[in-house]
Design a protein around this ligand. Structure first.
Ligand SMILES: CC(C)(COP(=O)(O)OP(=O)(O)OC[C@H]1O[C@@H](n2cnc3c(N)ncnc32)[C@H](O)[C@@H]1OP(=O)(O)O)[C@@H](O)C(=O)NCCC(=O)NCCS
Length: 206
């Protein structure tokens, strides 16, 4: 099925052809918000997370985790009402994810904001622009559901993530000197926010 045709049928799906610098076939990039996943998709996601953790993590986990622990974790994420799970696919295979976390219902004062968390692309799928697409997709969805401020935090050691988020317009407002502990070493972390413009209203019949 053609990309544009698939996107029209599945509004949650964003796809993009990656520019191919090596003269081969350009990989197909896709990002979508998922509310359910099949067993093989959960296995792909667990594999991607395991590979990213072994590569140094940066999105929470520090120690390598068994695949079934990660699979149970992602199945649990799908059940939490405040969490929206987005997956990134390279040529159809899930290779990364991110979560948009809204405040609980009792937190009316911060209901206009949300947190972008647990953002990763597996090492074997990096450098194709999938993370850029994932940020854009999460932002579009957040704006569409009324989020006006997107917050995130990241270890100071995650150079590529820092580059990614700053290039996407996130503004650093502070640094926590004792943000995380990895391998017995205390690491600082940077805190960012981005104001989101309201999503354009769709015209009648759109
Ligand atoms: C950060 C991460 C998601 C980037 O994934 P990716 O698929 O390689 O990213 P993309 O291909 O979309 O590239 C996005 C940008 O990052 C840049 N980038 C990628 N790797 C980089 C690196 N090692 N150093 C500096 N910049 C880098 C790219 O050049 C691109 O910049 P551009 O838009 O100016 O061209 C990935 O490295 C990762 O999962 N890291 C570990 C987890 C993590 O740090 N998560 C963030 C915590 S919330």
């Amino acid at each position: 099925m053609e990309r544009n045709e698939r996107e029209a049928r599945e509004p949650g799906l964003h796809t993009e052809a990656a520019p191919d610098r090596r003269g081969g076939t350009a990989p197909q990039l896709a990002v979508e918000r998922v509310q359910a996943l099949g067993d093989s998709e959960v296995a792909e996601l667990a594999e991607a997370a395991a590979a990213a953790i072994m590569d140094g993590g940066g999105f929470g986990w520090v120690k390598p985790q068994p695949r079934d622990t990660l699979a149970r974790y992602f199945r649990g994420v799908l059940l939490v009402p405040e969490r929206s799970l987005f997956v990134a696919r390279l040529d159809g295979t899930i290779v990364g994810a991110a979560q948009l976390v809204r405040p609980p219902r009792n937190n009316e004062a911060q209901a206009f904001s949300a947190q972008l968390m647990h953002f990763f692309i597996a090492p074997y799928a990096r450098g194709h622009g999938l993370a850029r697409l994932l940020v854009r997709r999460v932002e579009d969805y957040a704006a569409a559901i009324g989020v006006r401020v997107l917050n995130l935090d990241v270890r100071e050691t995650q150079a590529s993530a820092i580059h990614l988020f700053e290039a996407a317009g996130f503004l650093r407002w502070g640094t926590h000197p004792a943000y995380a502990q990895v391998g017995g070493k205390v690491i600082a972390g940077h805190f960012y926010y981005k104001r989101l413009a309201p999503a354009p209203r769709r015209g009648r019949g759109a």
